[in-house]
Write a protein that binds this ligand. Structure first.
Ligand code: FCB
Length: 287
């Protein structure tokens, strides 16, 4: 019996999106081979951000959330949110660039856009006369596409860095949401986490560094960073683990130890939960 080959083209249905970051452009032309509806009722295992480059797309058709997106409009679809979009029937084409990613914990505040329908965020910079910014963001999307296909060492790090720039620019564009300055006590605790990343850190110890009670500290941290202290620490460790796996030949258990994980298996599990692949697979895919 022949087994069905997994789809390796992200533009076609059935692509597994197991990777940590995938980017591309979908050039949909009326009646062309990509002119089908993108219908993922259970969403994906990561976020998607997209920008319309030309033509028009239709999102959530025939519902109260129906939206039309045209040049410069962006959408952000969180993990698990419904994908229900395609070419708008009034347009001959819909070209859109997109990036699939698993966010870093430090990004959560930037992922929550004000204008949301069924969990999907929308941003229309065009309406704010931001021509310059749209082309900058569009170029960043293009650079991610080029960079992530290079398969060179650190190309994924570079792509994530470019993506971070997009998210920050979107945050600036989403100007109806107030910016809250980071409390210096939380900053101090973050600094402390970085300096002590390779050892066990308790909330009690961090709260003391921030001169607050444990509950006040955890609450303020979550409020300011949109993510729990534990998740934030884990994310810093994963970011460092990625770098060590790419740039050094340290064995997986050495990397785990370096990051304060006594148990290498547990480290591998945490890594896979965050990035969708084990440290070994990640290292192989990067080299
Ligand atoms: C492609 C779609 C694009 C995006 C990626 C993840 O097939 O064309 O809009 O959803 O998948």
């Amino acid at each position: 019996m022949t087994q069905a080959m997994p789809n390796t083209d992200p533009l076609k249905p059935g692509y597994p999106f197991n990777a940590h970051l995938v980017a591309g452009i979908t050039p949909i032309v009326k009646d062309g081979e990509l002119d089908f509806w993108i219908d993922r009722p259970s969403g994906l295992k990561g976020y998607i951000i997209n920008i319309t480059v030309s033509g028009g797309g239709l999102v959530f058709p025939n519902t109260e959330n129906e939206r039309t997106v045209t040049k410069g409009d962006m959408m952000i679809i969180p993990t698990g949110a419904v994908h229900d979009y395609g070419r708008h029937p009034d347009y001959h084409n819909w070209y859109h660039r997109w990036v699939f990613f698993r966010p870093r914990a430090t990004w959560y505040e930037w992922l929550d856009w004000t204008d949301k329908c069924s969990n999907v965020g929308f941003l229309s910079p065009r309406k704010q006369k931001s021509e310059g910014l749209i082309s900058t963001i569009d170029e960043l999307f293009q650079s991610i596409d080029n960079t992530c296909h290079q398969n060179s060492m650190l190309s994924e790090e570079l792509s994530l860095n470019l993506l971070e720039q997009i998210l920050i620019r979107c945050r600036v564009l989403d100007n109806s949401k107030p910016m809250s300055p980071i409390d210096p006590r939380i900053l101090r605790a973050c600094q402390f986490i970085h300096e002590n990343i390779a050892r066990e850190l308790s909330i009690d110890e961090l709260a003391q560094v921030a001169c607050m009670s444990q509950s006040r500290f955890s609450h303020l941290f979550k409020k300011q960073k949109d993510v729990s202290v534990r998740q934030w620490i884990e994310d810093q460790r994963i970011a460092l683990a990625r770098q060590l796996l790419i740039t050094t030949d340290l064995a997986i258990n050495q990397v785990a130890q370096y990051l304060g994980y006594q148990d290498a298996l547990y480290f591998s599990r945490v890594f896979k939960k965050n990035l969708g692949e084990s440290p070994r697979e990640f290292r192989q895919s990067q080299r």
